[in-house]
Ligand binder design. Structure first.
Ligand SMILES: Cc1ncc(C[n+]2csc(CCOP(=O)(O)OP(=O)(O)O)c2C)c(N)n1
Ligand code: SF4
Length: 296
């Protein structure tokens, strides 16, 4: 079992104790590892409407121990652009980090993410993808997988999940990668690459959300481990939009082990064989990309 305890020794942690995150929330792990990856030049956060800004709480107190700007849904990469430029003008080395949910990334923030990526702004964009609009009651987003029951898809979502990594790779940004809270070393390694790379970097982590997924909080890390091992959530990196590296391959774990532990997949029309064939198709694509365009 992977240890999720952070090793930061900073006296004021990036994610302060006593915040409002639910038990078993993937954000809590991701934010602590972000802290661990940036012990000296600490990040400046820009966070749109999402659970992550609820975490900050009410002014003048904050759940964050680093400077944090709250933005509208659609504008976090635009605001981060300004923060990053002012940092550079002032000679400051603090990384500018957008921390956003899938609603703010796959849906409502798409225009400004695309614009900032195309300009190759010096921003580290991290999406914690819990596959729903979490803090407003669990509505479907374009990151919600087919078949998942949400408050706006009571019979299970019909459409498939949007492939945000492919979209970001198509912008030919310096670095894009997927993150798993069950793979701590891989997670921290990718954060270090992203920290040390200039330009627009995009990281997306599958973020367990017991509240929306109807799962057991204590199983959050194990769930993500199953998502990776079954091939449902591939861990891989894309450099400059054209060089691929797969980090973990499926080990034969049946995706049913992941699906069966979440009540959001208990809708009567849910089709596990369809998920298995989507996984197989996804892997044919990824293997072809890595074979044709390997990252050396
Ligand atoms: C333009 C706009 N539409 C809707 C809302 C209401 N709203 C605030 S947070 C939120 C859900 C955010 O979902 P996501 O980005 O996935 O983050 P999560 O809540 O899951 O952490 C919504 C719909 C808003 N603030 N602004
Ligand atoms: S609703 Fe989900 S994403 Fe939001 S704080 Fe709770 S567990 Fe985390």
């Amino acid at each position: 079992m992977t240890s999720v305890m952070p090793e930061t020794s900073h006296p004021d942690p990036l994610l302060r104790p006593g915040n409002t995150n639910c038990a078993g929330c993937g954000m809590s792990i991701g934010l602590q590892w972000l802290d661990e990856a940036m012990p000296t030049e600490r990040p400046y956060l820009v966070i749109p409407a999402c659970c992550g800004i609820v975490t900050a709480g009410a002014f003048p107190t904050s759940g964050y121990g680093v400077p944090t700007a709250a933005s509208t849904f659609a504008s976090s990469p635009a605001i981060a652009t300004g923060v990053s430029i002012v940092n550079e003008m002032n000679g400051e080395k603090h990384p500018t980090v957008c921390w956003a949910g899938d609603g703010g990334t796959y849906d409502i923030g798409m225009a400004t993410i695309s614009a900032a990526a195309e300009r190759n702004e010096d921003i580290l964009y991290i999406c914690y993808d819990n596959e729903i609009y979490g803090n407003t009651g669990g509505q479907r987003s374009s990151a919600t997988p087919a078949g998942a029951v949400t408050s706006t898809t009571p019979g299970g979502k019909v459409e498939r999940k949007k492939d945000m990594m492919a979209i970001m790779a198509a912008h030919r940004i310096p670095y894009a990668a997927t993150l798993s809270v069950a793979h701590r070393d891989d997670f921290l390694r990718k954060l270090a690459i992203a920290r040390d790379t200039k330009g627009f970097r995009f990281l997306v982590m599958l973020s367990p959300c017991p509240t929306g997924w109807k799962s057991i909080p204590e199983e959050s890390v194990d769930l993500i481990g199953l998502a990776v091992r079954s091939g449902l959530f591939p861990l891989y990196e894309v450099f400059e939009g054209e060089r691929y590296r797969i980090n973990v391959r499926p080990d034969g774990t049946d995706v049913a082990e992941y699906l069966d532990r979440q009540r959001r997949y208990s809708g009567k029309n849910f089709d596990t064989p369809a998920v298995r064939s989507q996984i197989a198709a996804q892997w044919r694509y990824l293997e072809a990309m890595e074979n044709s365009f390997p990252a050396t």
